[in-house]
Write a protein that binds this ligand. Structure first.
Ligand code: AHG
Ligand code: MN
Ligand code: MN
Length: 339
């Protein structure tokens, strides 16, 4: 049954009416972004029938094997967004340097950093995937350089994701809370279904890839060990674990019912010379802002994610985010282990 309700466009018009900083160009940009998400949702939904499963046979700048859909998703977004005159440049997980808006198109005043397809390992098994995006301003008539993208998470003007799962959902913030919209495919519109999403302070559920237990550093070893001791341990209650293999899937669950998501620093990443696995500009920052806007916390263990001054488009960071009591506990364990 199709459902009537507030569309994404109606919500954004209403929520930007009093905002001098978010005018008609911003509304146009969000409209194009939603269109790209709908296109991708359709491809994901058709899967093998659309010929989008499988490996692309090449690696991205991170040295990770690209799936066909990683590349297709990148192209779908660029095609949907490059010509409308709202963007000055696009940075992506799948592109080494940023993509400048071609000369024949008008250059706008916004920058988009995005993860075209998050949870790539889920594509071929019909698991949940998503697109994560972060929008910042470019207040210059000049074409942007990579350096112009390196703004801290606090400077984002819009952040969100589209989850491709049993339903497709677009979840976003423009700094006045978090709203979730479900795609009604019968009318091709995102409809407000989850207003004012908020993360409970308290939770008994964590998300971490426990195959890396032996590599974890002391704070995470202690935290997960204490959770796993359940009612008999120092936490005096039982914990549950979930790991979607897609940050979008895990973060969405936490925005719906609480929890803590960890992709921490570990000895394996250290040995590879990596500062974490997840990327600051198009994974940790947008998800971090959503978490804070929903009343949760987003931290590395030593710094609030949104306070990090970026130094590279593809910078990696440790990520601990979700229900504030648990994130704060992990931050405390980090400071105790450092002293
Ligand atoms: P991506 O597919 O964009 O490279 O991101 C995958 C990320 C994230 O979505 C997920 O939480 C994590 O990688 C899974 O990593 P492991 O395979 O190490 O568990
Ligand atoms: Mn990702
Ligand atoms: Mn990706």
């Amino acid at each position: 049954m199709s459902q009537t309700g507030t569309t994404l466009s109606q919500y954004l018009v209403e929520h930007t009416r009093a905002r001098d900083d978010l005018g008609s160009d911003f509304l146009g940009l969000m409209n194009d972004t939603a269109t790209a998400c709908k296109r991708l949702s359709d491809l994901v939904r058709r899967g093998e029938l659309a010929g989008v499963l499988g490996a692309a046979g090449q690696e991205n700048v991170q040295g990770e094997e690209q799936k066909k859909l990683d590349i297709i998703a990148n192209e779908v977004f660029i095609e949907s967004l490059e010509s409308s005159g709202y963007l000055a440049g696009i940075a992506s997980e799948e592109m080494d340097a940023h993509y400048p808006i071609p000369e024949q198109f008008t250059r706008g005043q916004y920058l988009l950093a995005f993860d075209p397809l998050d949870g790539s390992s889920n594509i071929d098994v019909n698991g949940s995937t998503g697109t994560i995006f972060s929008i910042t301003r470019h207040d210059s008539a000049d074409a942007p350089s990579d350096a112009d993208f390196l703004q801290s998470g606090r400077q984002q003007i819009c952040a969100g994701y589209c989850l491709y799962s049993s339903a497709s959902m677009l979840v976003l913030t423009i700094g006045d809370g978090v709203a979730g919209f479900t795609l009604d495919s019968s009318i091709g519109e995102f409809i407000l279904s989850h207003p004012n999403m908020s993360v409970p302070e308290t939770t008994s559920e964590y998300a971490i890839n426990s195959a890396y237990t032996r590599h974890w550093l002391a704070p995470e070893q202690r935290y997960i060990d204490e959770c796993n001791q359940g009612v008999e341990g120092p936490r005096a209650r039982n914990f549950n674990m979930r790991w979607a293999g897609s940050m979008v899937g895990d973060v969405h669950r936490i925005l719906c019912r609480g929890g803590v998501f960890l992709y921490p620093m570990d000895a394996r990443l250290q040995a590879d010379g990596k500062a974490g696995k997840l990327r600051l500009m198009y994974e940790a920052n947008p998800m971090g802002w959503l978490m804070e806007q929903a009343g949760g916390m987003a931290h590395t263990g030593t710094h609030a994610i949104l306070d990090i001054e970026p130094n590279d488009l593809h910078q990696r960071v440790p990520v601990i985010m979700g229900s504030s009591e648990e994130v704060q506990r992990l931050v405390d364990y980090h400071s105790e282990s450092a002293s």
